[in-house]
Ligand binder design. Structure first.
Ligand code: APR
Length: 320
């Protein structure tokens, strides 16, 4: 493995040159994207620092069991994440990957991120596989009989899930009437950080949660893949089709701890198709499960800085 730990942007000239040489020869490239890609946009990652939401491990809220046990708490968590994602902007790494997709038809981004930031660049949708769904699709809990799903960017999705701006109970009449005042306060950055356990969190009644507009019977749920659930069938088919279409030149593993399967398994699948592996991460311990192999690259640092520099020969300069 080559490793870069130069303090400036985490890139040493020799590694960068060998990466660029390989990129210039590549026509079929994958990128496995994780929460670290959006970290410098201002969104927390799942594991390590920032992985705690109030007293809850973020991962423990992302299960069907958690939703069934306490739909209000789980909706508050996802409403907060929708709200946060809508407040921030894609960063230069999202833009560089979108440009790569447009320049290289044989590029596929496999994103574990549900924050919608890649979609807010002009990344071609056919080259962005949303392995874990998105926060901005919501669907009926009764998937089998009702099956309703919709794209929904309304924030808050229902008034009861508004992020409080002043510590007032968001389910109170006062808070409900203050949606426009809240929008103003939001622009002034006055949202309370309800991920912090010290900030009081009002209890939300189940009947105030979003209800399916079609069957009007079941709750809506976030259109993300929870632990224990299968990845979207169409997405799996698209990735299989790419993998089966021939040799893969490279897989870039960007801002992910690569601990969650089946997503992490694509690294070894790509290797089996001949791919060299390039990891971009803040933490050198977050390596592929199969360990380092000859010819791998590791670029340590912020994806928002490193990815545009790595892709520059193909995409040109992406300004921060
Ligand atoms: N630049 C690059 N890497 C970063 C940055 C950054 N600015 N900040 C953090 N990282 C790295 C961390 O070192 C870590 O390896 O990003 C990784 C984030 O890892 P996780 O929090 O585990 O997120 P991710 O890998 O996306 O999680 C996978 O798990 O909880 C589920 O469904 C959820 O999609 C998610 C999946």
């Amino acid at each position: 493995m080559s490793s870069s730990t130069a303090p400036d942007a985490g890139i040493n000239a020799e590694d960068l040159a060998s990466f660029h040489e390989h990129l210039n020869k590549s026509t079929r490239v994958l990128a496995l994207l994780g929460a670290g890609l959006s970290a410098s946009s201002g969104l927390p990652t799942f594991r390590g620092a920032g992985g705690l939401w109030r007293t809850h491990d973020s991962v423990s809220l992302a299960t069907p069991e958690a939703f069934n046990a306490d739909p209000s708490l789980v909706w508050q968590f996802y409403s907060y994440r929708r709200h946060m994602a809508l407040q921030v902007q894609p960063n230069p790494a999202h833009y560089a990957l979108a440009k790569l997709a447009r320049k290289m038809p044989g590029f596929q981004a496999l994103s574990q991120n549900v924050d919608g930031l890649s979609q807010r660049t002009d990344h071609p949708p056919g080259q962005l596989q949303l392995l874990h769904g998105t926060l901005f699709e919501v669907r009926c809990m009764d998937r089998r009989r009702c099956g309703h799903s919709e794209t929904n960017f309304v924030d808050p999705i229902v008034p009861a899930l508004a992020i409080p701006t002043s510590g007032i109970d968001p389910t109170s009449d006062e808070a409900r009437q203050a949606v426009s005042a809240q929008l103003q306060a939001k622009q002034q950055g006055k949202d309370l950080d309800i991920s912090d356990v010290k900030v009081p969190l009002a209890s939300v009644k189940t009947h105030d949660l979003p209800v399916c507009p079609k069957c009007k019977q079941y709750l809506l749920r976030p259109g993300v893949v929870w632990f224990g659930e299968s990845l979207p069938e169409q997405v799996l088919d698209n990735v299989d089709e790419f993998m089966n279409a021939g040799r893969v030149d490279m897989i870039m593993v960007i801002g992910t701890s690569a601990k969650v399967y089946p997503a992490a398994g694509y690294i070894e699948d790509a290797r089996a198709k001949g791919a060299r592996v390039c990891v971009v991460n803040m933490d050198e311990n977050d390596k592929p499960a199969g360990g380092w192999k000859k010819g791998d690259w590791f670029f340590k640092g912020d994806a928002a800085t490193l990815v545009p520099r790595l892709l520059e020969p193909v995409v040109g300069r992406v300004e921060p």
